[in-house]
Design a protein around this ligand. Sequence first.
Ligand code: G6P
Length: 626
Amino acid sequence: MCGIAGYIGYKAAAPVLLAALRKLEYRGYDSAGIAVLEPDGRLSVHKAKGELSVLEKRLKNASLFGTLGIAHTRWATHGEPSDINSHPHTNMEGNVAVVHNGIIENYAAIKLWLENRNVKFQSDTDTEVIAHLVTYYLKEEESRPDIKDENVLFNAVRTALSKLEGSYALAVCSSLFPEQIIAARKDCPLVVGLGQNEYFLASDIPAMLEHTREVLFLEDNELAVLCRNNAALYSTDNDRIERKVSHVEWDAGAAEKSGYPHFMLKEIHEQPGAIANTLRPRLCRDAAGAPLDIGFEDYGVKLDFANIERITLTACGTAAHAALIGKGAFEYFARLSVAMEIASEFRYCNPVLGEKDLVIVVSQSGETADTLAAMRLAKSRGAKILAITNVVGSTLAREAGSVLYTYAGPEIAVASTKAFTSQLVCLYLLALKAAKERGVMDSDNFRAALNALDKIPEGVKTALSALEAVQRFAARQYNKNKVFFMGRQFDYATAMESALKLKEINYTHSEAFAAGELKHGPIALVDNGTLVVALATQRALFDKLVSNIREVTSRGAASVAITWQGEAEKLFSKVCDEVFALPPVPDAFSPLLSIVPAQLFAYYCAIQRGNNPDKPRNLAKSVTVE
Ligand code: G6P
């Protein structure tokens, strides 16, 4: 959601900034813009509604030579997507430019205050107030006799920030101060990249990986001053902050498509590796290599499950579906009662929490606004917090205290795939660890479960081999106007995630139903334009599901089952038009495999329809505003 890039150094800034914006495209955007400080002292600003290519076309004749600039991809919140509402926003003199991610909640009051001081606004955005407010305080600063030139812009931004309510990651540059970019963050991510006599700024690491792996993560209420030969962090009270430089392990190629037509397809295929990377370093093995135990302690995660009375899992979107499966896993393996609360609800429901509670917060990005708010609320009530996240240095990772990382590598496609299955791995490991510590699972069953988990990466590889069959099926079914996913127990949660994938990228009206609920309403919607996808992995409930499938096919629906190879495949072939069969694993681990054909189905439906699965309309990868 909105991407920010900044560059100061010795190279032409425009190509560096445009390449960075390309890497931030995955966050979702509807317009883009750039401001470059030109050698003749002009701030050259260019903005365009639409894809980055529209801006690039406009820049063809712009001849930008400057070595300092800021850039932005905008995801509209205040004001429709348009050239004027795109960032950067400037002051009336055109000598101060601002890019911003987040929402300035009190912008209307500030706008009025500025208008009363004869400021004329051009856009409908909340961001524009920042450009004018900084200008207002620049004039105040400049009138101070004692002020050093190098501090003027910094002080003006700092004072402007003190008037803002809401969330922001922002960057400011000015032709009056041609050797500086000032950046700041509150509740939206921002990273400074350190080069040799060049410095980078971005909302996310992939935007700078091509140039540097040494980064400084800004924390809330911090500012950064980027000059050509150094970058320094400050608090809003003007105290210098010494932050350890973080070295990013991701290689630049991890954020490239590597020959795949889309990031989503690449990330679906990366799941065996992502699952193995998340799982295997945490398995302690015997001399023969068989998994014996789970070793979280090496990772600094110490949980005393015997003394935890309640667990609440909280998350948004796909991560919430992983959390729902996690709830099932804790109940199934550890016989612990667990709640799963959508973070946007949890943060406002005044939850009953205390010291005996563990709140597990799941987020790929570690930056989702609602998820962070839920985590902060739980923390303030004294609950223990454990984060499961994919992004080292993310706000969630830094604030949670205990973190279990998923090692999925950067996930670029908006529709989450490999992050989901990696989150599941962490949740299964936690549930099994809890089962052992609580003495509800004997060591044979515990080891058998670890053994089964250890084989999942190979199972996912086999599941991926259904690719062509799924592609053919999608070619026949992609334009169904209703697709219902149904299942029971673990399959119900997988059905929810499957329906979300199809909604996100194929824009199909798809819903998930607990198969037993069908008769209580949803069956009224079924007709011969409906496709029903039966998630069929819960062995004890096969007969019930077969009846449910008959109920929908007899009303004209087309049907497909996702089930196990062997007897189950034969059983469901008798009642369904198509079956995708998976290598058998225990019921409880089924979502790790059964989601794969559903991900591929959504992907190929989107391709058939001509949608770009990596950049679905209206959606953002990282929802950093409420
Ligand atoms: C957005 C993304 C989803 C993601 C959700 C939660 O809606 O489009 O793919 O599941 O946010 O994101 P998080 O980073 O917290 O897992």
